[in-house]
Structures are given as C-alpha cells and as structure tokens.
Design a protein around this ligand. Sequence first.
Ligand code: HEM
Length: 139
Amino acid sequence: MIPSNQRQLVQSTWRIAKRDADGLTRLFYGRLFEAAPAVRGLFPDDMDDQRAKLAAVLDAAVVGLSNLNTIMTDLHALGERHVAYGAEPEHYPVVGETLLWALDKHLGEQFTPEAREAWSSTIDVLASVMIHAQECAVG
Ligand code: HEM
C-alpha cells in the first residue's frame, strides 16, 4: 500500500510531468537503451507507439493509486504479456532506476527527495505485481 501523502506527491508531480509525456518517455527510453543496450532488441524499431503506451499505463496507474484494486487486474495482465516480450525479473530494477532518472531530469527542482521516495515506492509496487504475474505465467 502507498501511504496517502506519498500518493498525493506522485499524483501532483505526474500532473506536471504528463504535460509533456512524450518528452519524458523519450528521455526514459534513450537512457534505458544506453544503460541496458541488450534490451534494445526486445523493443520495436519505431518507438512512437511504445512511448504513448507507456505514458498511458503510467497515467492509469497513478490515477489508480487511490484504489489499487482497480488496477491490479490490468497490471497483472501487463506483467503476463511481458513474458512474451522477453522481459526478465532482473530487468525491472534498471527500468525503475531509469524512470526515476527521467522524472528527475524532466521535473528538475520539482522532483524533491520526498517526491523521489514516493515514486520509488510506487514503482516498486507496480514492478512487484508485474514480476509476480510473470512468474505465475512461467510457472
Ligand atoms: C514498471 C514496469 C513496466 C511497465 C509499467 C511497462 C509498461 C509497458 C507497456 C504499457 C507496454 C505496451 C504493451 C502492452 O501494453 O502490453 C510495454 C511493452 C514492452 N515492455 Fe514494458 N513495462 C515495464 C517493465 C518492462 C521491463 C522490465 C522490460 C524488460 C526489458 C520491458 C520490456 C518491454 C518490451 C520489450 C515491450 C514491447 C514489446 C513490443 O511491442 O514488441 N518492460 N511495457
């Protein structure tokens, strides 16, 4: 569970970040492919749709933080689909770190240490649900 003060910080910083969601996700994937070049080949050559899909899922997840039950089913299904994408549980930490890096770069001073902490907890929750779903799917 995400405490309500953290939830509010994530929601308020997301409202700012999503004004230029494409810029944020460009930063994110640019950095991800530098930090983990091996995962580049798992993604399509043309990343336009992928950036939009990531932003849409983050938007739904951030809104859904107010009631995690509403997003559990979708998040679980997203985790299951990631098996076919070739994502491994070991990849999640670099994805999480890179998202924090991109938010920091994108939001500048508005990404306070408290906001970072709140986002870190949120990403941990999303990743653990997805990893659990992946592991269940693999058996
Ligand atoms: C919090 C963690 C993550 C979130 C929220 C997330 C979100 C998404 C979304 C929304 C899509 C679009 C396709 C769909 O809806 O099924 C997607 C595709 C994809 N994700 Fe993730 N993802 C996460 C972690 C990862 C990790 C750790 C990897 C490992 C490298 C990964 C690799 C991929 C790949 C390769 C695709 C696309 C494939 C294709 O279109 O062929 N994702 N992800």
